[in-house]
Design a protein around this ligand. Structure first.
Ligand code: 6R9
Length: 589
């Protein structure tokens, strides 16, 4: 496949952590990477290790917000505060292996709690703060959550309405000085608990295979799945931070993802801290002017963001960028959705740097494929596999089913350029080790020593991987993975709705927009009033991140002979394509 060269994007960094890709790959082993990390507990590798090695004064986390002055935590301060949280958990009788859920904005206490919970060998389960009560309840129930760290406002809006449905939830620890405004079983102020807890804590021996995180993610069918990750994952976070994000001592790193999603914990916390760099955390939401001023004023050197955000910056035009001094910016990378070549070129023109796409999933735990600083970017490609990772493309037959041989092993495509399902040779340190309470679903992701990603891709003769589409009905909107079934289930709870189908409709900025089609029950007439009511109902239940942007009433929905809704037909209709010819839909199997 010939490289499509736009602007200067073949330019490469003059020095980088992976100066010679082939040699770096050939000499890399996970065992060596593991040895250099001395100690397997993620909190130790990411925080306390730096204090032990004399880097305690380096700023670990720097929180910037719209209203308040920046707040900083050095590695030493983060070590002490997270000790306090670990002690507080133990004081509550919380045990290793218990799930500690987190539902809050990007506040210092959230990050302290995540590190502290890892020290106590609890399992951290982050939730996105823009979820409504339904997704929150689903996930807390699925994980039998005993502990929840949240804020008074989030508790009131998202947890209190479903609290009766959460019998396992014993402790609710509220961040903020308005904690006393909330009453409920087991609810208490985090600050009071922390004030009483000691800053001395010694991490008990932690097994490499002990669970550390549960990240909830969505599939085509069923409710969200909890992907379980273990402490050993930090080996991959550190290595990929170095190779794919080019992190080095002295860097100021900004990952714009929220820790409610896997990117925001793996690369907004664990990876950069394991690499010993300073992380910027923006407590506020996207705003083009503010984002540019963060890049400039915080002297960000490595920036990890998402195509939707980059497209929003492109849309904001040149004005907010005028006169900015962004010379500190050395490396820009992107993840989460297809990065269009136009955005790569815009990066070169507007920011003076190309955008390096990376690919991975909640299930892979860490970056698997990347464009590296030392290498020409092929705009439109996701890059090449990281050292330690082997990727392959599995054949799909005409009906979209993966092709397996008589022993059940996947059959790889014959050669470069052929499309199929992107697969990764097992194992690697950050590979998910289970889906919570769903062993069959977990097993179905693997065959013959390969993890099957569900994404469709091709690999060119130089081992660059090109995204083709998703192999399922899952929606990627603004970089967030949304399961149609979860949205359909919420809509079905509305008294007027007897059937619902939810799809992603291509959108020039957010990639895909969530849209719903519903069939009304007898006695209900479509109309503006009902549409408004349905939209408000969905937003209240699901939250702004997940709720559909449009709900259309239909007489009937298209079904297969076995009665399953054919979302791909609805997708074709929404795009004005002939329903019979779905070949142009890419991701619509
Ligand atoms: C990290 C994260 C995973 C899905 C993945 C794919 C899509 C991620 C991409 C990309 C095109 C890229 N995806 N990176 N698509 N180009 N560079 O996003 O995890 O939320 O689990 O989503 O996102 O479809 O399968 P997750």
């Amino acid at each position: 496949m010939a490289a499509r060269v736009i602007g200067k994007s073949t330019a490469v960094a003059s020095s980088s952590n992976l100066p010679d890709y082939e040699r770096g790959r050939a000499s890399f082993t996970w065992a060596d990477a593991r040895r250099s990390l001395s100690g397997v507990n993620i909190a130790h590798a990411a925080v306390d290790r730096h204090v032990d090695e004399g880097r305690g004064d380096v700023v670990a986390l720097r929180f910037v917000s719209e209203l308040a002055p920046p707040r900083e935590l050095s590695f030493a301060a983060l070590a002490l505060e997270s000790n306090r949280f670990a002690n507080a958990l133990e004081g509550l009788g919380v045990k290793p292996g218990d799930l500690v859920f987190a539902l809050s904005g990007r506040l210092p206490e959230l990050y302290i709690a995540m590190i502290g919970a890892l020290k106590a060998r609890c399992v951290v389960a982050p939730l996105f703060s823009a979820f409504g009560p339904d997704p929150v309840r689903q996930r807390l129930r699925a994980g039998n959550g005993r502990v929840l760290v949240t804020t008074a406002a989030a508790y009131r809006q998202k947890v209190a309405p479903v609290r009766d449905d959460l019998p396992d939830l014993e402790h609710v620890l509220l961040i903020g000085d308005d904690a006393s405004s909330v009453d409920g079983p087991g609810v208490q102020a985090l600050a009071r608990l922390m004030a009483r807890a000691s800053t001395e804590y010694s991490i008990a021996p932690t097994g490499a295979e002990d669970p550390a995180f549960v990240h909830f993610t969505s599939g085509t069918t069923g409710m969200p799945k909890g992907a379980v990750h273990v402490h050993d994952a930090v080996v991959a976070h550190e290595a990929t931070g170095r190779f794919a994000l080019d992190l080095r001592e002295g860097d100021v790193f900004w990952c714009t993802a929220d820790p409610g999603w896997v990117t925001g914990t793996s690369y907004g916390l664990v990876s950069p801290l394991a690499c010993g760099v300073t992380c910027i955390v923006d407590e506020a939401e996207f705003d083009a002017v503010r984002w540019y001023s963060i890049l400039e004023q915080e002297r960000v050197s490595v920036w990890y963001t998402a195509p939707t955000a980059l497209r929003m910056l492109m849309k904001a035009g040149a004005e907010p960028l005028a006169g900015r001094e962004l010379s500190s910016l050395r490396h820009i990378a992107s993840v989460g959705e297809p990065l269009n070549p136009e955005v790569v070129a815009w990066g070169e023109e507007a920011l003076g740097k190309p955008i390096h796409d990376t690919w991975w999933q909640t299930e892979t735990g860490a970056i698997m494929v990347a464009n590296y600083a030392s290498m020409p970017i092929r705009p439109g490609s996701m890059g090449r596999p990281v050292p330690g990772i082997e990727v392959g493309i599995v054949r799909r037959d005409a009906s979209g089913e993966r092709v397996l041989d008589s022993q059940g092993n996947p059959v790889l495509v014959a050669g470069p350029g052929e499309e199929g399902e992107l697969a990764i040779r097992t194992p690697w340190p950050s590979m998910m080790r289970a889906y919570l309470n769903a062993p069959e679903r977990y097993a179905s992701c693997f065959a013959g020593g390969w993890y099957l990603s569900g994404d469709l891709a091709r690999i060119d003769a130089d081992s660059y991987v090109w995204f083709v589409g998703r192999g399922d009905d899952v929606i990627k909107s603004a970089g967030h993975l949304i399961g149609p079934f979860e949205v359909e289930s919420a809509l079905m709870e509305h008294p007027a709705v007897v059937e619902a189908a939810v799809i992603g409709v291509p959108d020039p900025v957010v990639g895909e927009r969530v849209e719903a089609f519903v069939v009304l029950g007898p006695g209900f007439e479509p109309g503006e009033g009902l549409s408004r009511d349905l939209m408000a109902f969905a937003r209240r239940r699901l939250g702004s991140a997940v709720a559909p942007r449009r709900i259309a009433c239909e007489q009937a929905l298209p079904h297969t002979q076995s009665g399953k809704i054919m979302r791909r037909v609805l997708r074709a209709r929404a795009q004005g394509l002939p329903e019979g010819d779905l070949s142009t839909l890419g991701a619509s199997r």
